[in-house]
Design a protein around this ligand. Sequence first.
Ligand SMILES: *[C@@H]1O[C@H](CO)[C@@H](O)[C@H](O)[C@H]1NC(C)=O
Ligand SMILES: *[C@@H]1O[C@H](CO)[C@@H](O)[C@H](O)[C@H]1NC(C)=O
Ligand SMILES: *[C@@H]1O[C@H](CO)[C@@H](O)[C@H](O)[C@H]1NC(C)=O
Ligand SMILES: *[C@@H]1O[C@H](CO)[C@@H](O)[C@H](O)[C@H]1NC(C)=O
Ligand SMILES: *[C@@H]1O[C@H](CO)[C@@H](O)[C@H](O)[C@H]1NC(C)=O
Ligand SMILES: *[C@@H]1O[C@H](CO)[C@@H](O)[C@H](O)[C@H]1NC(C)=O
Ligand SMILES: *[C@@H]1O[C@H](CO)[C@@H](O)[C@H](O)[C@H]1NC(C)=O
Ligand SMILES: *[C@@H]1O[C@H](CO)[C@@H](O)[C@H](O)[C@H]1NC(C)=O
Ligand SMILES: *[C@@H]1O[C@H](CO)[C@@H](O)[C@H](O)[C@H]1NC(C)=O
Length: 593
Amino acid sequence: MKIFSQCQFQPLPGSLLLLLLSGSLRVTAIPSTVNIEIPVPAKDALLRSLDRNLVSWSIQNRDLPMFTRSKLLENLFKALATNIGIGQSVRLGGGESDKTTYGSDITITADKYRSGYYGAQAQGNVTLGPNYFASFKEKYAPDTRYIWCLNLINTTNKFDAAISTAAGVLEYLGDELDLFEIGNEADFYGSKGFRDSEWDASMMLPEWNYIADEIQKNSPNKTVRFMAGGFANPAYIVTKDFDIPGIIAAGYQSSRIPWYSMHLYPQSGCSGAVTIAPLLEHNTLSDILSNYIPQVAAAESVGAQFAIGETNTVSCVGRPGISDTFAAALWLVDYVLFAATIGIRRVYFHATTTGSYSPVIPINYSLDSGNYSTGVLPLSYGAYFISEVLSFNDTLLIMQIEGGNDTDYSSYSVWDETNKLRKIVFINLQSHNSSTGGTNPATPDTEVYSSSGPRPSTRVTVATPWEPGQELSLIRLQAPGSNSKSQVNVSSFTFSEKDGSVTNNLVDTIITVKDNGNVEFDLLASEAVLVQHYSDVLSNKHPTKSGSKAADSTVNGVVMRTRGANMSISSVLVLDMKIMVSAILVSALLAFI
Ligand SMILES: *[C@@H]1O[C@H](CO)[C@@H](O)[C@H](O)[C@H]1NC(C)=O
Ligand SMILES: *[C@@H]1O[C@H](CO)[C@@H](O)[C@H](O)[C@H]1NC(C)=O
Ligand SMILES: *[C@@H]1O[C@H](CO)[C@@H](O)[C@H](O)[C@H]1NC(C)=O
Ligand SMILES: *[C@@H]1O[C@H](CO)[C@@H](O)[C@H](O)[C@H]1NC(C)=O
Ligand SMILES: *[C@@H]1O[C@H](CO)[C@@H](O)[C@H](O)[C@H]1NC(C)=O
Ligand SMILES: *[C@@H]1O[C@H](CO)[C@@H](O)[C@H](O)[C@H]1NC(C)=O
Ligand SMILES: *[C@@H]1O[C@H](CO)[C@@H](O)[C@H](O)[C@H]1NC(C)=O
Ligand SMILES: *[C@@H]1O[C@H](CO)[C@@H](O)[C@H](O)[C@H]1NC(C)=O
Ligand SMILES: *[C@@H]1O[C@H](CO)[C@@H](O)[C@H](O)[C@H]1NC(C)=O
């Protein structure tokens, strides 16, 4: 039997279908000017703290070794970790979790795991041994932490598959393991014949508890913790009691369960028609995510946190022309920030070695439907932009800017714990198609659309509590168009297509707060902007090309500052200023002679 966790059909509820339909009939556009205001103090009730691992990753257990065949994922993780100040959180799980067994005497070599041995035989079951861990250990950015999803389907020998796998995971991952999950998408077990059709959360509980207890018994020196849930159905199509309020009522509630999760694929790639349009509709996204408010509330009512434990643009490994476009990067940004405003703490983006929705493609391979080769996809730049939003040496909090959203745009304000405004994010989701950057060798070519007419631009004015004259950094998540698959960057910051290292450093555009506290900027259709104090940029570490130097320049009267490996840039710039000031004084003096 072939099961792909991301392969389920997830019909959209009627209201969303209507929205999608009306969206395609209506011609919407962001106005050419948008004025928004950020009142102070921020309303405490609306502020939600930002988890540094807001963007997290989900990878099939068996696929992680293959990702070590290139440095792409490692270098992506390093860049993200540098900005957020901690390692990435990776959930190792998916449909294969429920086919996985473990044997300490299994001698499959690390190289064989890396070769894709199990990827090629996805129909079979997956047997891991110690070399599985050797195949990727030390090959990821330091401080990467894992969540491991265990097999709940296989009941043989009192769940020996789950319990022996857990022992191996604890032995080899040690403290890098944050949490276990038990069972992937168990809400489908009844309908797929792995359990009785009446199977519900209360029937699952004794099995789940038995496995959890055994794992804890075998590891007396470590407090083992779990993420419970992991259901396939989204919050708007819950079956039985398989959602967070349901399982808490059934008894999944203890200090060993600090996290709950559910999965979400807003479009189903297994059942036909999928389009790029919903990726660029803020209202569609916010309507879908608002269904999770009761899930978050349930988790928080027992002192736990809620995550979207597996997600991406389109289920069934994504769809070229949608998942691999710049629209997906903009969608990721709006998705995780909106999620954070309603208390969803983390969002785990699912990746496979053969998926157009992955942030990077680690290996070359051919499918009947098209050829893939190693490279970086736009989603990585969305994740990178978010790491810039999260970069700060203290806790940050987020809320939507009231009155600052519509179908085509959304905006967020980010605050520190003393209720000071720190950052502003504005996302322009208006579609713009370009024939530039329309292909990427990493994923199969699809039809390249091109919009007629010039790319629309919007002038945004934000009334802020910031002091007039203060220097701000403005950075852009940008590409030739929403359909672009390549030529994406964050204010010139780019990853190498070969190994994911930094090829171009980020260039901050410097703007200043106006006399009335207003902040003004222009942004194009399909572009996102982050504005913050330049001094905050300087006080945080950023990934840069090794050995590169920070530099100043002026382009069309706009001051640009390139970040460098030597980020004691503040002293450099202060020095520059002094030299400039004395140069001006000298020339003024000379003028008088
Ligand atoms: C698991 O592997 C065994 C041995 O290779 C095979 O006989 C069996 O069919 C596999 N089970 C499934 C569910 O694929
Ligand atoms: C179930 O797990 C046992 C190990 O406990 C393994 O021998 C068996 O092949 C597994 N069955 C399937 C269908 O994966
Ligand atoms: C637990 O820790 C104790 C003391 O450090 C040690 O003697 C014992 O072997 C450990 N047990 C296991 C199962 O690792
Ligand atoms: C994939 O590449 C091979 C050559 O390596 C070529 O023969 C084949 O036509 C390509 N497949 C597709 C779908 O483009
Ligand atoms: C992967 O494919 C790309 C482009 O088709 C090619 O340039 C590269 O040499 C291939 N790499 C390997 C390891 O085969
Ligand atoms: C964060 O940086 C600011 C400015 O450099 C400093 O005043 C503050 O103490 C730092 N906070 C922490 C928690 O490091
Ligand atoms: C977002 O926009 C919708 C539609 O204009 C509006 O009803 C809603 O209140 C807005 N949200 C916020 C936080 O302003
Ligand atoms: C861009 O192309 C997509 C089809 O991929 C279409 O749905 C969309 O309306 C186009 N946008 C513009 C502004 O032409
Ligand atoms: C970044 O993207 C912008 C807009 O698409 C483009 O003008 C610029 O050349 C790109 N820069 C780099 C370094 O890729």
